[in-house]
Ligand binder design. Sequence first.
Ligand code: SF4
Ligand code: SF4
Length: 248
Amino acid sequence: MADLTQDFKHKALEVGFTSVGITTPDQLRHLPYGWVGKVRKLHTPEEAFPSVKSVIMLAFHTWDPGFFMNIVSPQWRGYGLHPPGEKIEGYYLAHEVMKNKAWLLVDFLWKRGYEARPSTALPNKTAAIQCGLGCQGKNTLLVTPDHGPRVSLISLLTTAKLDTDSPFEEDLCGDCDRCIKACPTKALKPYTIEMQRCMTYSVESPESPDVPEDVREKERRLVPRPTSNSYIECATCITVCPIGKPRD
Ligand code: SF4
Ligand code: SF4
């Protein structure tokens, strides 16, 4: 499958992804699955697509904070926390952009006789490390050699048996601690996050009682809300990172 793998990777870069890595469902068995806080449920590759043979991780360079814009449904807002399993009506701009690009790759594989489908429900960061795309940074995000943490991730599950990549072994952070110092709510310690102190969790969980009041207050003040149904996630721990930082 060397030719198909190379052709696929070439196509992934051509449609606009920054980097692409491949692994197998077996290599991802040890990852954490289930609910992340109260906002997102993670599935194994087989739960998402029973006939999956390869897991492809695709990174997209999010060069502008606008990519972190969420448009939430007015039906959802004001109804309190959604129970586990309930679909949240809303759109995250980076995901919508990536899904459109990922469907072009689904089409590429279909034309060669393989099934494929995109997924946003894998433990993307740890899967991307397994695929060699980068390491976990002290801000707990994926940090890539070229763009630091300025990437969003989407996975593609396929019945094609593609050649796999080696896990990323290096720690790119070294002595740096800029993201930890810059976090407005002090949510970060090296390589760990207190999720209830993160303004992204706070804004996604508008009525959750586990968010401290000082975090709520900062979220109301600091998280940009371009319209009455939208907000732009905090990206401070991303924008301060020196790795891959664009020059002014
Ligand atoms: S997203 Fe904002 S609040 Fe959350 S850890 Fe990063 S800097 Fe802190
Ligand atoms: S700001 Fe520094 S410590 Fe934080 S993720 Fe980037 S390199 Fe690592």
